[in-house]
Design a protein around this ligand. Sequence first.
Ligand code: PMP
Length: 423
Amino acid sequence: MLMERAERVLPGGVDSPVRAFRAVGGTPPVFKSAQGAHLDDEDGNRYIDMVLAYGPHILGHRAAPIIEALQHQLQRGTAFGGPTALEVELAERVVNAVPSVDMVRFVNSGTEATMSALRLARAATGRDRIVKCSGAYHGHADMLLVEAGSGVATLGIPGSPGVPRTAVSDTLTVPYNDADAVRALFQTQGEQIAAVIVEPVAGNMGCVPPRPGYLAALRDIIAQHGALLILDEVMTGFRVAYGGAQQLYGVTPDLTCLGKVIGGGLPVGAYGGRRDLMDMMAPSGPVYQAGTLSGNPLAMAAGCAALDALRDGRAYDTLERLGARLAAGLSAAAEDAGIPCAVNRVGSMLTPFLGTTQVDNYDDARRADTAAFATLHAAWLAGGVFWPPSQFEAAFLSTAHSDADVDRVVEVAAAALRTLSKV
Ligand code: PMP
């Protein structure tokens, strides 16, 4: 058993906790290869992949343009420790796609992107406090690992052993989709708040879209108080639209964090924004941030290929059509089974919350029936569908998924939900 071997040498047998299936039970498949919308495991099983490595593979696995770009780059080298044309190529694509971004700095993960953007925000404002939403995930930097406050904004409580109290003592939490809570915070401590960091579409409490006007209200409140709005588009960037959620919802942040899709499936992150802010980064300015493999040529090449394949916008039409088909199918399956279910979706990001009809924030999400979700998840796995192994993760579609793939996902869910409704 590979997982048994894995557990002897890797904590929990994995390199990232959710992969271990603790939230749903059971043993995760050990993957061997992938093509398009499909994954193959070491035991010879095939799955429709609804995880897509948690977002990056928007064109499906091993998309031809990405493989070609990687093969081309492999002939030339994988890291040089100096500037390359490829970094400029990808930076120009990002700057052209995302109007709020004048300049960008590449890093190796989303965690580094948010961590660095917050350092910059603190340096630019001369303030220490930061605001995040409960149930939001911005990577595993100490200051962002803050347990959800219950409703009212509270001073941070460390969300993991090993996070010093002092590291989170300047982190404030508010409920997602609640502009009044942010307004109230700024009224009492506006002069100490450097930035509000928000997932424009929450993806880490399951998929939760912004209510109409929420992001615009945040933008106004934050600007009035001289703080910065950081949109964490690690998940939504180039996923919900070519210009990200900020294009979709017409909101202009001061700084943007990116990752996932912009690396074409290779390790990457990026943060960018206004020129006056980005010019504060070393070596132009005094704010330090660096990385041995940052902007590495393989990730840059794969990222350029991915963005080039997405630029004309047709991919987003396909993704919207597939997403709508999946959402409608899951809603109908739940309704037929008589199980309440809020299916939240933005384009190709989606979560069905079982046992509840409205999910606008983390408190709502936590009301979902996670036991029922675990049953559904097991049915999907047995039926050849790899769905994210937690109620609080968004599923993704790629342009490589077919209508038949989507219909199969719905068919397996429908059977599982019928069984659940009889319990
Ligand atoms: N921000 C968001 C919105 C994310 O979804 C994630 C990862 N899922 C991160 C930051 C952290 O990115 P990484 O795992 O690459 O460090």
